[in-house]
Structures are given as C-alpha cells and as structure tokens.
Design a binder for this molecule. Structure first.
Ligand code: PLP
Length: 477
C-alpha cells in the first residue's frame, strides 16, 4: 500500500521556494518604475480572470509566482513606487519586510505575555525606545505610569482612546450609569474620518461629535472648543474626549495642542493626539516642536507604517495612564488565566487593544530602527521634507498653480488657477497616465491637489519629473 501524501511543504521545499519569493520581491523593487503607479483596471477585471472554483488537488507552487505576475500585478497600485505621491504614504523597507517574514515564520500569537514573552517584552522595550526617539513625555513610557502598544491602525488607537475616555468619565460604569446619549466628543472639522467612526462604534452617537471650526491654517480654534464645551455643559451633556491632530489628512495642519491641552486639563477631558503620519518628523530635533504640549495629553499615536519605512500594519499608541486603558478593555475568562498574569508582574497586551489575538509586529519595527539607526531615519525624513518644500517653491513660482497653504512638512496642497474642474481633470489625466499618482481633498470648499513626498525610494529626480509632468499635462488641457 502506498503511503498517503502529507500535503505539507517540507522545510527543504520552503527553503528553495522561499528564496524564489525573496528574489521575486527584490526583482519587483528593481522594476517597480516600469508599472503604472495607479492600477489601470476596470472593476471586476481581476476577479474575472481568476478560476471560478478552488482546486480540489494542490497545485505546484512554481505556478503561483507566474500567476501573481499575470493575474495580480495588473491590479496592484504600486504604493512602493517612488512616483507614489497620493494620500499619505504606506512606505516599506528591506528590514521591515524581513522582520515581517520572520514574524510569519515564528507564527506567534502574542495575546498574553505567557503566550510568547519575547513578543510582549520586545514590544514594550522598542516602544520605550520610540517614545524617546519622538521626545514624548516620560509618562508615556512603560517605566512611568503609561506605556506603548502596537495597534493595527490609528483608527484602532483612536477607538481605544475614546473607549478609555468614556469609561474614565463614567467611573468605568458606562452601561450602568444611564449617561448614554449625553457623552460628547470634540475634534476639529479637519479630523480624520476614523474619529467619527470611533464615536459611532463607542456608542456616543454621531450627533455627539462636535466638529470645531478651524483657523486659516486649518488648525482647531481652541477658543471655539472652550465655548462649545461650556455650551454642552449648560445643556446637561457630559464632555469627555478631545482629539487633536498633528498633521491633518487634508492639509497637514497642526492643532494647537498646548492650548487644547490646557482646556482639557481644566475641564477634566481626555486628550488624544493623532499624529498618524506627521509624528515621524519629531525624530528630527528641528521638527520636534510639533509635539509641544504633549505633556498634557492622555494618549498619542503615530504610524511607522505611514512614513517610517515599516510596512503596514504598525501604529504605535501611547497612553499616559495605562491603568485607565487596561480597566477599560480587560476581561479575564477562565481559559486565559495563568500564573504570570495573576502575579501582576507582566503586561498582557490583549488588555490594550480591541481584539484578543495579536501579531508579532515589534520585530519589523525593531529591525527598522536598528538597520537605519536614528540618524538614518532623520536623513530620510529631512530629505522628504526638503523635496516637498522644493516642490512647493516651484508651485509658488508658477503662474498656473497656487499653493493652498504653506506646507510645514512633506505634504503640499495646491490647485490650478483655472478652478476646480481644471484641477480635477488634471489629476485624473495624471493618474491615468500611470507615471505618477497624486490625490485630492477639498479645502475651503475648493478642489485641492495633494502631493505628499514620503515613499522610501523617492529621490529628487522623481519629484522633478512629477512637476514637469504636472506642468505639461496642465498645458495640454
Ligand atoms: N489619522 C490621520 C491624521 C490620518 O491621516 C489617517 C490616515 O491617513 C488615519 C488617522 C487613519 O490611519 P489608519 O489607516 O492607520 O487607521
């Protein structure tokens, strides 16, 4: 009788095929500029090319990479292309990708300290490093009253912050205290949509999110915030949470955290600071001023998966008082009980996030910080900012285009003097060309082009070519 096949990939096969995959990725980076940055496919096109049913018998792995090439690559928007200037970047790097591979290889699920102590302790340690790199106040470190945790996204970080704020405001009795419908959250009208989502998920209700007016730089007006809080209190409502943004999505505006923080302290409100992309800049001492006022914040997040060469997903979320977060999110069913947890001597990160399970994300962040070093990271951040500033000067000097706001860091907001329709048509033509990818927003009711420099391999020549392309396409409109 013949032996049954195991169906598994053996370690020897893994070694051989894994090398092919790593080679494929290295080749991909070498030829990435040959692809249109924005995928040029119609809705449903990729799916229509896939087999209608899964295979009954396993297939040889050798065919998989050919299929990725043939079926998948046409539907990829190349976020790692140096000609990617849309949204905010989601940049990656060799050390991060290798860290991610190792994380998959170890296959650790780090919900509890005991389910992989190194997963927890490396995360705590690297986030303390990162707090120092960003110049965060000492209370955000695990050696103080707080600490950091890696979340999947800034959206999850905002939700965790809002939940902790809600619970702190109700003595951790939201469900029993009968305050539903009266808790209020505040953010500027430029806040990222994830905060609106968090307000819905946390049960405050969209009607209890106050979107505070901004000034001409699109930054929150603190006096309007103070007035709104007072008005809400008079109406019998319970203000509990403010989200300030450092580097808004639309225009890169920085809310005045020192003033907002003072109001939050006086009013006893939780202040969360969302620095999803811009926070990375604070690694450079000359840009650290963006963190002014953080000593008054209760929580803070930034995403190395945006601008710090750490492939998605990696959001670093810091709290000043870890007890508030843990009390909000902790439950302990019998099947998770263990001696280490009960000793109180360990961190169980499942109490710091929404899901129970968690990936070993700290490896890739550790690899990035070690590979580049602080100086290497500063070099690239400065380079990106300088390139964006140069682009802004070209815009300013042109009589075809105008700057919408003076860029602080690496995001340039500009428009064609011909008006909204011209700017929109220009963006669509540029993106259809495949030569670069940029995105848009609306500021002061007007269509605005966004050009963000933050892709790992973007060099001066890519920015110069993009500007040339923009001018030539505009001239042909
Ligand atoms: N906050 C800001 C300021 C952002 O710009 C973004 C995304 O661009 C987010 C939050 C959401 O980020 P994530 O995808 O990590 O949830």
């Amino acid at each position: 009788m013949s032996e049954k096949p195991s169906y598994h990939m053996t370690p020897a096969e893994f070694r051989r095929l894994g090398r092919q995959v790593v080679d494929w990725i290295a080749d991909y980076y070498e030829r990435i500029e040959s692809f249109p940055v924005l995928a040029q496919v119609e809705p449903g096109q990729i799916r229509a090319s896939l087999p209608p049913a899964p295979p009954l018998q396993g297939e040889p792995f050798e065919t998989f990479l050919d299929d990725v090439e043939r079926l998948i690559l046409p539907g990829i928007t190349h976020w790692q292309s140096p000609n990617f200037f849309a949204f905010f970047p989601a940049n990656a790097s060799g050390p991060a990708i290798l860290g991610e591979l190792l994380s998959a290889g170890l296959g650790v699920q780090g919900m509890l300290w005991t389910t992989s102590p190194a997963c927890t302790e490396l995360e705590t340690h690297v986030l303390d490093w990162f707090a120092d790199m960003l110049g965060l106040p000492a209370r955000f470190k695990s050696t103080g009253t707080g600490g950091g945790v890696i979340q999947d996204s800034a959206s999850s970080a905002s939700l965790c912050a809002l939940l902790a704020a809600r619970e702190r405001a109700t003595g951790y009795q939201t469900n029993e205290s009968g305050v539903q419908g009266r808790l209020v959250a505040y953010a500027s009208n430029q806040v990222h949509s994830s905060v609106e989502k968090a307000v819905k998920i946390a049960g405050l209700g969209r009607q209890n999110l106050r979107l505070i007016e901004v000034d001409e730089q699109f930054a929150m007006r603190p006096e309007v915030l103070a007035r709104q809080i007072a008005e809400d209190r008079r109406a019998g409502l319970i203000p509990c949470f403010v989200c300030a943004t450092i580097g808004t999505t639309s225009s890169g505006a920085v809310d005045p955290v020192p003033e907002i923080g003072r109001i939050c302290r006086e009013e006893g409100l939780w202040l969360h600071v969302d620095a999803a992309m811009a926070g990375t800049a604070a690694i450079c001492p000359e840009f650290r001023f963006i963190h002014d006022g953080l000593e008054q914040a209760d929580s803070y997040c930034t995403n190395p998966h945006k601008w710090m060469f750490t492939n998605f997903d990696c959001d670093c979320f810091f709290v000043a008082d870890r007890a508030a977060l843990i009390q909000t999110l902790s439950i302990l069913p019998e099947y998770l009980r263990n001696r280490a947890t009960e000793s109180g001597a360990v961190i169980d990160y499942r109490d710091w996030q929404i899901p129970l399970g968690r990936r070993f994300r700290a490896l890739k962040l550790w690899f990035v910080i070690r590979y580049y070093g602080i100086e290497g990271l500063r070099y690239h951040i400065r380079r990106h900012i300088a390139l964006a500033q140069e682009f802004a000067r070209w815009v300013e000097a042109s009589d075809q285009f105008e700057l919408v706001v003076r860029p602080l860091l690496n995001l340039v907001c500009f428009r064609h003097v011909g008006g909204d329709e011209v700017s929109r048509e220009l963006m669509e033509r540029l993106n259809r060309s495949g030569k670069l990818y940029l995105s848009h927003t609306v500021l002061d009711g007007r269509f605005t082009l966004r050009f963000c420099v933050g892709q790992t391999y973007t060099e001066a020549q890519h920015v110069a070519r993009a500007w040339q392309q923009i001018q030539e396409t505009a001239a042909a409109l």
